[in-house]
Design a protein around this ligand. Structure first.
Ligand code: ATP
Ligand code: MG
Length: 197
């Protein structure tokens, strides 16, 4: 039976980069980007002009995703990639949830400089990262699933890939990172003062 692995995390933490890297090196694995999947199953119901992103019918997406997972070939592993992946994935089929994290000052640079986000949108995402939004959502929706956090702040995709494969080979019994950005900033206030610049 193939494994179902959820990749969640604030936009810009590197979910798609890591999943792409994994499927390039593991031929029969499947990468499901929820953004494109939502389009393909007609689960887009509008456009949020402030966030400049699609509004998704979560119930429809959840139903389509459950069907997709239940009809997967037995021998392929599935990587479900999206910042709302924990919310819509069928919890009883999920083997592990990886939450990618990124130090907010570093994530800010990725969102503004690399992704070209407007400050308002970047700020909302930084607030989510600061308050562990994706991690807490994963804990809430995937109650009996192993949840492992990877801090991507100062590490490469290759290193993250090796770390993930080790975790996978060990049946997901692996050590995650303890992330606490508020404590980090209280120890490094100079970093906090540069956060939104
Ligand atoms: N470990 C990393 N170190 C440095 N830069 C990274 C790392 N991972 C990803 N990036 C860069 O950050 C940007 C965002 O990565 P990516 O698109 O994979 O994020 P995402 O989590 O899939 O975001 P979204 O939720 O918006 O789809 C990319 O330009 C990528 O090159
Ligand atoms: Mg992505």
């Amino acid at each position: 039976m193939g494994k179902v692995i959820v990749f969640t995390g604030t936009p810009g933490t590197g979910k798609t980069s890591l999943c792409n890297y994994i499927v390039k090196r593991n031929k029969d694995w499947v990468h499901l980007d929820l953004g494109s999947f939502a389009v393909s199953v007609n689960a887009i119901i509008g456009y949020d002009r402030i966030m400049k992103s699609s509004i998704i019918n979560m119930r429809a997406l959840k139903k389509a995703l459950r069907n997709y997972v239940l009809n997967m070939p037995d021998d392929s592993n599935l990587l479900i990639d999206g910042h709302y992946a924990a919310e819509v994935s069928p919890a009883n089929c999920v083997d592990c949830c990886i939450v990618l994290r990124c130090r907010p000052d570093i994530l800010w640079k990725r969102l503004i400089k690399i992704r070209g986000y407007e400050e308002k949108k970047a700020r909302i995402n930084i607030e989510s990262e600061l308050t562990d939004y994706c991690y807490l959502t994963a804990k809430r929706y995937l109650r009996n699933v192993r949840i492992v956090q990877f801090d991507t702040s100062n590490t490469s995709i290759v290193k993250l890939y090796r770390r993930f494969m080790k975790c996978y080979e060990n049946d997901f019994k692996c050590e995650g990172d303890d992330v606490d950005w508020i404590s980090y900033f209280s120890k490094h206030p100079e970093k906090f003062s540069r956060l939104f610049h």
